[in-house]
Design a binder for this molecule. Structure first.
Ligand code: KIV
Length: 262
């Protein structure tokens, strides 16, 4: 089973860390049999699984159900789960109740977006014995403040702020940091400025590892084609083909056959 020591070991040995999102039982069972190092139950579930436009619609109840389903299918991987929109911004009791529910649902670690005045809350979770993964750059829970899914840290001041945010997160005790949608030169600077692994998405190949949304890498959405995404399967076409074949077999009475009948 992957754990936070393995993250450190892989970084130390210059071995890239692979992370993929997962939101349900059946894909968890497949991922569990793969070589992927760790699983993220992202709040992207609000978009991918529930069809919302942003992750701000993710709720604690939603995350709890996805984490529990994933953890029933994952036997051998480290599971990190997002603390959803505002769950860490309504006071310590709310924060810790949320963390408690996600950990009790089966996650091994929590991901919290942002740095700045989130740092004391992140320290509190870490000091409570719970591994925390940071997330900076494009933090989707703040999408309305960013005004869209845009590359972050392009200007000097913004890039310096992100380097300082990464250092603050490291000092707060996070075990790794997701860098989302930042120029690869900045991702490299951040990766060399800190001693914990960086996990990139749209951040080039100088980070300690990569994370992708499972459905994106499987090509499930023909309409989502950002520059950073490599599709490893044409899932949309393959599934449509299979469904149409089933439909045609039903209509032409080829399915079920005698052998498939009792
Ligand atoms: O929610 C999510 O899937 C994420 C990844 C994109 C890093 O935060």
């Amino acid at each position: 089973m992957t754990n936070i020591d393995q993250f450190k070991k892989m970084q130390f040995n210059d071995k890239k860390i692979s992370v993929v999102t997962c939101y349900d039982f059946w894909s968890a069972k497949i991922i569990d049999q793969s070589n992927i190092d760790a699983v993220l139950v992202g709040d992207s579930s609000a978009m991918v699984m529930h069809g919302f436009k942003t992750t701000t619609n993710a709720t604690l109840e939603m995350m709890e159900l996805h984490v529990a389903a994933v953890c029933r299918g994952i036997k051998s991987k480290f599971v990190i789960a997002d603390l959803p929109f505002l769950a860490h911004r309504k006071g310590k009791k709310w924060l810790m109740d949320g963390v408690d529910r996600i950990i009790k649902a089966g996650a091994n670690a929590i991901k919290i977006e942002g740095a700045g005045d989130n740092i004391p809350m992140i320290s509190h979770v870490v000091n409570s014995g719970i591994p925390v993964m940071g997330h900076i750059g494009l933090t989707p829970q703040s999408i309305n403040q960013f005004g869209g899914f845009k590359v972050q840290g392009k200007e000097n001041k913004a890039s310096e702020k992100l380097i300082n945010d990464a250092k603050d997160l490291e000092n707060a005790g996070v075990f790794a940091i997701v860098l989302e949608l930042v120029p690869n030169i900045l991702a490299e600077k951040i990766t060399t400025a800190i001693n914990i692994p960086t996990i990139g998405i749209g951040a080039g190949n100088k980070t300690s590892g990569q994370v992708l949304v499972l459905h994106d890498l499987l090509g499930m959405d023909n309409d989502f084609n950002p520059k950073f995404l490599r599709k490893y399967l044409d899932g949309f076409s393959l599934i449509t083909e299979a469904l149409n074949k089933y439909d045609s077999d039903v209509k032409t009475k080829i399915f079920p056959s005698i052998e498939e009948s009792y």
